[in-house]
Ligand binder design. Sequence first.
Ligand code: NAD
Ligand code: TYD
Length: 344
Amino acid sequence: MARKKILVTGGAGFIGGNFVQYMVNKYPQYDIYNLDLLTYAGDLTKHRNFEQKKNYHFIKVDIADRGKIMSVFKKEKFDYITHFAAESHVDRSITDPEIFVRTNVLGTQVLLDAAKQINIEKFVHVSTDEVYGELDFDPTTFFTEETPLQPNSPYSASKAASDLLVRAYHETYGLPVNITRCSNNYGPFHFPEKLIPLTISRVLNEEMVPVYGDGKNIRDWLHVIDHCAAIDLVLHKGIHGEVYNVGGHNERTNLEVVKTIINTLGKSEELIKFVADRLGHDKRYAIDPSKLENLGWKPTYSFETGIAQTINWYLDNKWWWEQIISGEYKEYFDKQYSLKAKVN
Ligand code: NAD
Ligand code: TYD
């Protein structure tokens, strides 16, 4: 196979970080370029086991910095771009939407402009099922690629805007793109502001676990390694201009997720604290993955096997998450949840 250059934006974050590791190991004949600003959500310690490898490279740049991005693209002629970099946390988008527009919308547009100037084979834009809005609790309804975009949070609105720009660059300039829309990921190196790693880390420290509203909202959980395999497939086999949904059939209420973690760790359900609901809290997400399955994707984890693997990973890798939950994170947590502690 020919030597290829792959740009992975956001490769110091949760999913991008797992994808970088997956690609570095699977394709020694490819050069993997991790481009990341290293915001609060990005760290390079997660790459310490392979950052010496010859096919791994790191570039610290802001995707919304047009001048710097253009210089990077002048120097390196990438064959593929997988675009993960984003502001990704819904709660943060509710308190501070502006950075979501800058990074997710403007940053994506800058990358599209840069990609347009070189002869790339594929630009994969990693998006979210949240752009479709919410489903009700009828278990027979699912998001398909044809579901209209109806984002409800500033985060999902910024992702929907970026999806539409990616689509427009395909229609207008013929850029070879794919858009993937995945459900909620979980697995190793998940930043502990999101439900699953927040619950695991807090239960291990015997601290209260905040559950929004009545805990009955439903998410469709996708193990990050199954997501990486999906992106790899779409990168190599996706039909230009197509959207692919990733995930499916691992739906759980938030309360079920939290109780599973508490029970697996042998702790008390009294750690659960119901707090004020998230503003505009989407009721349910659920994916119909048929289109991607027809392309050849098959997940390897059920929720049961995936959550067991993930809990074990957090038990074995305290060095990673303990460095995060002190300092700046602590300030974020206290601010976010002191507002919510009023109910109950
Ligand atoms: P994350 O927050 O863990 O990581 C984001 C990464 O992007 C970080 O390394 C951060 O430093 C980097 N970044 C942020 N702003 C940047 C900028 N201006 N320039 C360069 N780098 C910047 O996010 P994640 O959970 O890994 O999500 C990755 C992608 O997948 C995002 O596009 C997100 O919208 C999408 N997604 C995530 C989920 C999920 O469950 N986590 C679900 C659906 C879609
Ligand atoms: P989250 O992990 O933030 O992902 P997303 O908002 O992208 O789905 O939240 C998952 C679900 O868990 C969501 O319904 C909100 C809920 N949640 C809580 O109940 N408590 C929490 O502390 C957090 C962070 C989330």
